[in-house]
Design a protein. Sequence first.
Length: 267
Amino acid sequence: MSKEEWVLLRAHRRLSVWARAAVATGALVFSTASAALAAAPMSPAQVAALGPLVPWQVQWLETGGASGVPGLIPSAGASQGAQGAQGGALMQLVTMVSTWTPAGFQATQTVSGSCWTGSIAAPRAGAYRCTSGNGIFDPCFAMSGGQAVACPSGNPGDERGTVIHLTAALPAGNTAQATPKHPWYFTLLDQAACGAMTGTLVSPDHTYDCLIPATGTDPQQSVYCTAPAEDGQVYTVDCAPLSAERAPNGAPQLAPGTTYKVTQMWT
């Protein structure tokens, strides 16, 4: 969608409708149902037609004043009259933090297998590293009854993935931490999806593999990101693609990075 078309859309719809569009396209993830919006909501087909958000659209969303929408809060000074570029109170993104459980999980495939240790990606109670055939699944989470584990594929909020029916009991000991320091999956403001890596790392500090979708003239890109760091009520990560140049010892290395905001993360 061209910038001119977006200007026309902005002239006819309030930012609150824009916030609903952002939720549907994955730009923002809210922890509760959105409050009643002042203008007529867009249909799923209309939202899908908008396509991915580009940076200037994201900036408009963040600074437009979508008051009453969970996930966006007035920034400091907004109550004293601070105004955004579109005349509304300045808003601040809040990272949503969730502890994932396999409630309502739908199997995209069902296999047999076993788990031999705690999860490396999600070092918490009830999370395991499992195998079926020649495949390794991590993390997988114990389902009710302990006879199977759920291994999410893609965004955990979709509640979809592989169900492994266990051929052996779950291991008694695992690598669980009382309070996990980092999430095993998170999403970024530009709709990128990031998962914890459990194998060889390009950089010891960049432990997440992220896929940034194509927007406008920018192609889809794979980057490596650091663990989310708290910055007020929003978490940020530093992400970098592989460099075209090798390190002096011939090993792959990362190019200069970019800081991104985290919309939601799962522990």
